[in-house]
Design a protein around this ligand. Structure first.
Ligand SMILES: Cc1cc2nc3c(=O)[nH]c(=O)nc-3n(C[C@H](O)[C@H](O)[C@H](O)COP(=O)(O)OP(=O)(O)OC[C@H]3O[C@@H](n4cnc5c(N)ncnc54)[C@H](O)[C@@H]3O)c2cc1C
Length: 496
């Protein structure tokens, strides 16, 4: 089949999945106003793959069927493949200003990394490696949109999952000849309302004790599997908005986040990738190079997002002619430095890509770490800068309807700025509000802080992974040892 059209995708979401919001079950995410905007956005992204001017850049010939499939599914074997994947991802990221982090390319990179690493999944039992490859090919050939869920619910973080008094985390409750049966919860699944498949993988450390193996699993099932429910957070789509310019980001780009509840869900054996294998769970990410691959997608997102925020800050500064002030230029320069840092990391990661034991290449992990741990702070600061530049303009701008209401004439006169007419100025301020102040903006900030894991524990991981720490401390020891020979103090010097 290969790449799908947006219309085919929207049809596929009418699958009877059990998704809840505001105390009710959603019948059709493609028409419910809380979900329809983002569903349409995903459909538009898929349609872009068919555009004659983008088709070559966004797709490649499937190695199995020859059909054109999404390029973010590629198993990269060279630096050029990585650059091509970046080019494809950038199309979607620029289209969404980097504010729709879970566009399908994220999970496409995720699952292709796992598929390349199928031998790792198959180490204990070759079936699991074969299952992973089959699932990847199924998604690639059918252009399936995926979500994923890794984290146990926040119940008691002071104890390991198998020692919790309230045993709520998803676990294997039994095995049958048809598959494994899962009961419990995971949090959170972004894009749950808009995905065809959910990939459930481990993330937290699992102890090597008999009870803990109940939590040591990995699998994927369709979003509409019986017994699985999604409980969504309230929507941040302002459903009463009169025009898209009033909430230009919220209305299109709310990816949604949902708890996932498994009520004795049967996962067929052919969809199981890890079964009671604690070592595989704990070694999953380094063994598969996953973070470098998803980091590549996230870095392209970070670049699009930074460039968007820079453009926004520049436009705000020009609008009221504050761009001549030195401290404003200082803030603009801060964003410029972030843009260039992100860009340099992407280039370095591709240039110094590493060959994996599976014959694929992965971006150099270290520049990806810079973005993983550094970008949340950069983005937070960009939002702050947009607030500092927009100031009262961010809350002084009315909705577009004001320009056709009773007060239109007044609005047109008094909402002008030196460099913009009133409508332009209001639209710019509404965009800046949505990027830096609204619920959408707050959720973006939280997303950047956490989507790739807890920054505290990630920092600890980087400290343990960082190469050649001994060499670096050795240089300090050497310097201190050699100092007396390097500098011969004059006899009259103090202490001499
Ligand atoms: C907007 C958003 C979207 C997300 N989307 C997805 C998704 O699609 N799929 C998915 O699987 N996950 C998703 N996540 C979850 C994300 O992976 C987690 O937020 C992240 O791993 C942190 O885990 P937590 O939220 O459970 O926080 P917690 O682990 O509960 O941490 C909360 C605080 O407690 C501290 N803490 C807790 N335990 C420890 C410990 N053992 N040692 C030290 N400090 C500790 C942390 O440092 C932190 O300050 C999303 C999160 C957000 C915010």
């Amino acid at each position: 089949m290969g790449i799908r059209s947006g219309a085919q995708y929207l049809e596929s979401l009418k699958d009877g999945r059990d998704i809840r919001i505001d105390g009710e079950r959603v019948r059709d995410v493609t028409t419910d106003p809380r979900f329809a905007g983002a569903a349409r956005t995903v459909a538009q992204l898929l349609d872009m793959q068919h555009r004659p001017d983008l088709h070559e850049r966004m797709t490649y010939a499937s190695p199995s069927s020859g059909e054109r499939v999404g390029l973010s599914f590629i198993e990269p074997r060279s630096r050029e493949d990585l650059a091509a994947r970046r080019g494809a991802i950038a199309v979607w990221m620029n289209e969404t200003q980097g504010m729709f982090g879970r566009s399908p390319d994220f999970m496409n990179c995720f699952i292709s990394a796992f598929a390349s690493a199928a031998p790792e999944f198959g180490k204990r039992d070759p079936r699991f490696g074969q299952n992973m490859r089959r699932f990847y090919e199924f998604c690639r050939e059918g252009d399936a949109v995926m979500t994923h869920v890794l984290i146990n619910p926040q119940v008691d973080r002071s104890k390991p999952v198998d020692h919790q008094e309230k045993d709520l985390a998803a676990k294997i409750v039994r095995e049958t000849d048809r598959g494994i049966v899962i009961r419990g919860a995971r949090m959170v699944s972004t894009l749950a309302a808009f995905a065809n498949e959910i990939v459930v993988m481990p993330s937290s450390y699992i102890a090597n004790t008999p009870g803990a193996s109940d939590y040591a699993f990995g699998f994927s099932i369709p979003a509409a599997t019986p017994g699985m429910s999604f409980i969504s957070r309230p929507s941040i789509v302002p459903t009463g908005a009169g025009a898209v310019h009033d909430y230009p980001l919220s209305l299109r780009l709310d990816e949604g986040d949902a708890m996932v509840i498994f009520d004795d869900v049967l996962v067929p054996w052919e969809r199981v990738f890890i079964h009671r294998d604690v070592d595989m769970c704990n070694g999953l990410y380094p063994r598969t190079f996953l973070s470098a691959h998803t980091g590549h997608q996230a870095a392209v997102k970070a670049l699009a997002k930074s460039e968007f925020m820079l453009g926004l800050a520049l436009a705000l500064a020009r609008s009221t002619k504050i761009d001549g002030y030195m401290h404003v230029q200082g803030m603009l320069a801060e964003i410029m430095v972030s843009v260039q840092t992100v860009k340099a990391c992407i280039e370095a990661a591709e240039q110094n890509c590493v060959t994996t034991p599976f014959g694929t290449v992965a971006p150099d992990p270290m520049p990806m770490w810079v973005i993983r741990l550094g970008f949340p702070r950069m983005f937070h600061r960009m939002q702050e800068i947009v607030q500092l530049m927009g100031a009262s303009g961010l809350v002084g701008a009315p909705s577009l309807a004001e320009f056709s209401g009773d007060a239109a004439e007044m609005a047109r006169e008094y909402l002008q700025s030196v460099n913009s007419n009133a409508e332009q100025r209001s639209q710019l301020c509404r965009l800046a509000y949505d990027a830096s102040v609204s619920s959408f903006a707050g959720r973006q900030q939280l997303y950047e802080r956490y989507y790739t894991g807890d920054p505290v524990r990630l920092s600890g991981l980087l400290c343990s992974l960082y190469p050649d720490k001994e060499g670096l401390t050795g240089r300090i020891d050497q310097l201190l040892d050699e100092l007396p020979q390097k500098v011969a103090l004059p006899a009259s010097a103090p202490g001499g």
